[in-house]
Design a protein around this ligand. Structure first.
Ligand SMILES: *Cc1c(COP(=O)(O)O)cnc(C)c1O
Length: 393
């Protein structure tokens, strides 16, 4: 085992440093309440924003499609994996989002890997990246040979500075930002970013993973939220959060999508999304096309939880979305807080360094349209009890 001995050493070191993740197993369908270790607990840490993960309409659409089309796509999209259901979904999600065209990928992670290295592949290119961007964006930037310049989080003065410093340099330039930042729940200032991108001739890419199905009219996303249709070059989205399934989407101009279909490596070398995934996504899209009701309920619940947590004395920072950080400071405090909440029937994970800066550890409470006000008041009660027991308020 000599050549693998580093593994045990590193695992032990992670455990000693409190950086070893305790991965819990859900024994029931995903929903506002889930079963863990045989016990029903209130789920406050899922990205299942609209409660669609186990929605009966998604389930029945999957059965219908599987009976008609089978399960697997059998190939990559560019060889023999493109099925009529993929094309139909792409047409409909593009129309929903008000984009000329859209492309379906296996995940949001794959969508970033498809966009960034394809559009700016060369050493001569430049990428501007928000310092808090998601790991999949960071990895996509690494796969490109472009020079990566980080700017301070959503700081337009700092962005202007780096754009000015690199004026006249580089072949192609691309800026990429999360739409909604997942740990704080703040929204990127997209209109200001677009103006700067226009002024400095930079391709604008927004990764709207936490905005898809959440922001805009009936969840049409961040471009719709800011009324920037046709003005953002590439909108990346995920179907694994609010849509409740799995998959990634890239929306933009027709020729841009055509180019990515021909050249993006995740589209050329990894098989198409499976039939059940496409079916469930189609049903989720139909639900959003029909009514904004679930999205409205999500926002009502988010505001309700924030209001009651603040009233109880908690600091929920500057979230502008249903993502609700409850700031606790030290990592050990946040972890102990989460452990005690779980004992009281509330499942809400602690987020600590290196996911967030040192001293900014928190519990990130994620509400869903499927929660009732009673559920959320139960959560606030338990947060207050734990805070009192630990003397942290
Ligand atoms: C969750 C997330 C992803 C990954 O999406 P998947 O569909 O789960 O692969 C990508 N980007 C951002 C900003 C995310 O929050």
């Amino acid at each position: 085992m000599g050549r693998l001995s580093f593994i045990n050493e590193e695992l032990t070191a992670m455990k000693e440093a409190g950086l070893y993740g305790n991965i819990r197993t859900i024994e029931s369908p995903q929903g506002p309440w889930v079963t863990i270790e045989g016990r029903k607990v209130l789920n406050l840490c899922s990205n299942n924003y609209l409660g669609l993960c186990s929605h009966p309409r998604l389930v029945s659409k999957v059965k219908e499609y599987v009976d008609t089309y089978g399960v697997g796509p059998g190939a990559v999209r560019t060889i023999a994996g493109t099925m009529s259901i993929h094309v139909e979904f792409e047409r409909r999600i593009a129309a929903f989002k008000g984009a000329e065209d859209a492309m379906l990928l296996q995940s949001g992670f794959c969508a970033n890997l498809a966009v960034i290295p394809t559009l700016v592949p060369s050493e001569e290119d430049i990428i501007y990246s928000d310092e808090l961007n998601h790991a999949s964006i960071i990895d996509a930037c690494r796969l490109s040979k472009a020079r990566v310049i980080r700017y301070a989080h959503s700081d337009m003065e700092d962005l202007k500075r780096v754009l000015e410093e690199t004026k006249g340099q580089g072949r192609r330039k691309l800026l990429v930002t999360d739409g909604v930042f997942s740990m704080d729940g703040d929204i990127a200032p997209l209109p200001a970013i677009r103006e700067l991108c226009d002024r400095y001739d930079v391709i604008l890419v927004v990764d709207d993973a936490h905005g898809e199905g959440v922001l805009g009219r009936a969840g049409r996303g961040i471009v719709d939220h800011f009324h920037l249709h046709g003005l953002v070059d590439v909108e990346v989205g995920t179907l694994s959060k609010a849509f409740g399934v799995m998959g990634g989407v890239i929306a933009g101009r027709r020729e841009l999508i055509e180019y990515l279909r021909q050249k993006a490596r995740p589209n050329l070398f990894s098989s198409a999304l499976t039939v059940p995934d496409v079916a469930a996504n189609m049903a989720a899209l139909e639900i959003l096309e029909e009514s904004p009701e679930l999205v409205e309920r999500l926002w009502r619940n988010g505001n309700f939880l924030k209001e009651h947590l603040s009233k109880a004395g908690f600091d929920t920072a500057n979230s502008q979305t249903p993502i609700t950080p409850v700031m606790l400071g030290e990592a050990t405090t946040a972890k102990e807080f989460s452990r005690r909440l779980f004992e009281k029937g509330v499942f809400a994970t602690a987020i600590v360094y290196p996911t967030v800066p040192k001293g900014k550890a928190r519990i990130r409470a994620m509400v869903s349209a499927a929660h009732t006000e009673e559920d959320l008041l139960f959560a606030v009660d338990k947060f207050s009890e734990v805070a009192k027991d630990m003397g942290v308020l």
